[in-house]
Design a protein around this ligand. Structure first.
Ligand code: TYM
Length: 325
């Protein structure tokens, strides 16, 4: 299993329920989790901030329950094989398939001539991340599904051209929280960009801020608490409550039948706050000891490098690079 998260912007409850908490639940030796700092360079960034956000995000992953003695937790740029394989895969991926990536289309909308080449071939680096470790399964939120399908296509094409080398990865999604929506614009996914602070619950928010944001979340007309296409606001809150409590949406619909939006929102707020309380407390401890986090990331990179180097030796030989036969 391999998955990654990008250190740009503030991590939020979408990342937590869509990814981090599930990674912690599923964790086993042989799983790889990565803070993908090279991916954070695809849009203009501040160097000092990138370094800071990388350690910060690793602290959130540890606080969410990833155990560095069980899994390999590391920072992408510390394992140079990611960049090396990305170039080789750049020569296997096609312009056409990258142009179809929804995330690129959204992020480059109206400014294609000025965005970086890195933003365009971002999914190729992502494919390299995954197949370098021969991952079968990639636990992600819904928004990454298309990128994982592309990774599979690229791996398949490489195998076809150069002989069996990579396992073909598949995306797996959580049963709830796969697509947490913005609280103010429930037709858009919650995201790390800073455009909608009131619609986004950052992991770093305190309990009070979390409660306020959830109590002010946009709801829908009508008064029924049920998940349906015409009720994106209520549906999103049900999804959050389900993710925070582990209860199913039908169970929650039954429990809140006949109750008002106010009581329902209060219940969602308290459940989210309760779920995040130990994570936020552990994060504060870890931030007080960044040297310990650095040490864990160093050990993780050493382990990751061993696997990555073995894969790359095979790849170099297969594609005919000098000195690799
Ligand atoms: P990133 O950093 O945007 O998101 C990290 C994880 O959080 C999930 N996620 C969400 N889940 C539910 N609701 C949301 N609103 C929400 N927003 C984000 C994402 O699906 C993801 O699982 N390109 C990736 C990082 C990456 C990667 C990889 C992932 C690089 N290499 C290899 C998997 C495998 C990204 O930007 O995720």
């Amino acid at each position: 299993m391999f998955s990654g998260v990008k250190p740009s912007g503030n991590p939020h409850v979408g990342n937590f329920f869509g990814a981090f908490t599930r990674w912690a639940e599923l964790q086993q030796p042989g799983h790889f989790y990565c803070v993908v700092d090279l991916h954070a360079m695809t849009v203009p960034h501040d160097p000092a901030e990138l370094r800071e956000q990388t350690v910060d995000l690793a602290s959130w992953l540890l606080a969410s329950g990833l155990d560095p003695d069980t899994v390999t937790l590391f920072v992408q740029s510390q394992v140079r094989e990611h960049s090396e394989l990305a170039w080789i895969l750049d020569c296997v991926a096609t312009m056409g398939e990258l142009q179809r990536m929804v995330q690129f289309k959204e992020k480059a909308a109206g400014q294609r001539d000025s965005v970086s080449v890195g933003l365009f071939n971002y999914p190729v680096l992502q494919a390299a991340d995954i197949i370098l470790y021969q991952a079968d399964e990639v636990p992600v939120g819904e928004d990454q599904r298309q990128h994982i399908e592309l990774s599979r296509d690229i791996a398949h094409r490489f195998n076809h051209r150069f002989g069996d080398t990579f396992r073909l990865p598949t995306a797996t999604l959580p049963t709830s929280g796969a697509r947490v929506m913005d609280l103010q614009h429930p037709d858009q996914k919650m995201s790390k960009s800073e455009e909608s602070p009131q619609g986004t619950i950052d992991l770093a928010d305190d309990a009070d801020t979390t409660r306020k944001k959830l109590m002010r979340a946009v709801t829908d007309s009508g008064s029924e608490i049920r998940a349906s296409a015409d009720k994106p606001g209520i549906g999103n809150l049900l999804e959050l409550l389900s993710a925070a409590t582990g209860r199913t949406i039908p169970e929650l619909e039954d429990e809140f039948a006949g109750k008002g939006y106010g009581d329902f929102k209060k219940a969602v707020a308290e459940a989210v706050i309760e779920r995040l309380a130990p994570v936020r407390a552990r994060y504060a401890e870890l931030r007080a000891d960044p040297a310990a986090v650095h040490a864990e990331l160093g050990k993780g990179a050493d382990r990751a490098r061993e696997i990555a180097a073995a894969t790359m030796a095979d790849v170099r030989e297969k594609v005919g690079l000098f000195g690799a036969e």
